[in-house]
Design a protein around this ligand. Structure first.
Ligand code: ATP
Length: 367
């Protein structure tokens, strides 16, 4: 039966670096949960703490009802999949998968059955007798998954499992990993810095920044309703415009900016009138089609530097006169392409897509 994983107030230092800074999270039974964030944000340290390879300075880790904080890795009932696969080159696929069971002194007959079941789960039955160097990267990763699944762990831990694969295989394995996790019903925690991987596969995800959880939620919620400039720019692309909160009523608020006033029905929290805020506009929410005549949030601008990608064009649109600003606009089924020159255009954005965030002094851009 699937179990929850609870992290309570977890702290881990390396010397003076606080890699994990009072993290509290509950991963629900059977959930496929992602830890996402830039290099150095603490996601691997957190995963390794759950696996038992790092001992936290303080805090508690519960797997189901069991406090595993001070238990060695082999007593935690977790299966780990590493970025490097870590397969034994001299052993066959079946022997690699069987290894963990032999260490646990499982009978030969049961081992044979469980290896068969695990290889079927990852669709590698026909490769049981091959050596790892006869397999593609994707196939090796499947074997690594089978090896983690065969011990019937309570929780599967995946550390950047796709980062050694080429782009096409990564896409294929994303879907496969989700299928395997869901079919096995396991609680799984998956570390990546690839936001597309997280958005496409996760049930829920936590965005980490400097050892703290910046935001936690379902992919759509975090993408559409980021709570900070960091979360908005780390997941997906966005345009930031500095402004002043002017208040409003009935769920509609106004933000004054150098580009004019934006109306929003999507503020990320409570703001005071006069407070400095940032408007976040995703490039695909900025539209070049005709706005309804009474629509707010319309801007005159010039489209330039279009990148035509077939189904979509990525434009720069220069807006504003005093201090012009370039906004990224993604236009599905594009009609305008301005590659060498520029074209005047009107862009608009639905108030439901105007996200208002607290202003941060040193937020990076969305690259
Ligand atoms: P990456 O995506 O690059 O693996 P990450 O988000 O997984 O990054 P961690 O590996 O958890 O980040 O590292 C978090 C912080 O702790 C970093 O500043 C890192 O330098 C530091 N750190 C991690 N492991 C050790 C260690 N064994 N000794 C010293 N410092 C460490």
């Amino acid at each position: 039966m699937a179990v929850s994983v609870q992290l309570q107030n977890l702290v881990k230092h390396f010397g003076t670096i606080r890699a994990v800074d009072h993290i509290t999270l509950t991963i629900e039974p059977g959930e496929l949960f992602f830890l996402l964030g830039p290099s150095g944000c603490g996601k691997t340290t957190l995963l390794r703490s759950i696996a038992g390879f790092n001992e936290p300075d303080s805090g508690t880790i519960l797997i189901g009802e069991r406090d595993v904080t001070r238990l060695p890795p082999h007593q935690r009932d977790t299966g780990m999949v590493f970025q490097s696969y870590a397969l034994w080159p001299h052993m066959s696929v079946a022997q690699n998968v069987a290894f963990g069971l032999e260490m646990r002194k499982i009978s030969k007959e049961e081992t044979r059955e469980r290896v068969k079941e695990a290889l079927a789960m990852v669709r590698m039955t026909d490769w049981a007798g091959q050596k790892p160097n006869q397999l593609s990267g994707g196939q090796q990763q499947r074997v690594a998954l089978a090896r983690a699944l065969v011990i019937h762990p309570q929780c599967l831990l995946l550390d950047e499992p796709l980062s050694n694969l080429d782009a096409k295989l990564r896409l294929e394995m994303r879907t496969e990993i989700r299928r395997i996790c869901k079919e096995s019903g396991l609680t799984a925690i998956y570390v990546t810095h690839d936001q597309k991987e997280a958005l496409s596969v996760a049930d829920r995800l936590a965005v980490l920044n400097g050892g703290v959880v910046e935001q936690c939620g379902a992919p759509r919620e975090v993408y559409r309703r980021p709570v900070s400039m960091f979360a908005a720019s780390f997941i997906g692309e966005t345009n930031f415009i500095a402004g002043t909160f002017e208040g409003g009523e009935g769920g509609r608020v106004s933000i004054r900016t150098d580009l004019g006033t934006f109306v929003s029905t999507a503020p990320s929290g409570e703001f005071k009138v006069g407070q400095a805020v940032t408007v976040s506009l995703r490039p695909e929410t900025l539209r070049l089609d005709d706005a309804p005549s009474d629509a707010p949030n319309q801007l005159e601008g010039f489209v330039h530097d279009s990148v035509y990608l077939g189904e979509v064009a990525q434009h720069q649109v220069r807006v504003g006169t005093e201090q012009p600003l370039n906004l990224k606009v993604f236009d599905l089924n594009p009609r305008i392409i301005a590659r060498d020159g520029e074209e005047s255009a009107r862009i608009w954005v639905d108030p439901a897509d105007v996200v208002v965030l607290p202003q941060e002094v040193s937020a990076g851009d969305d690259s």
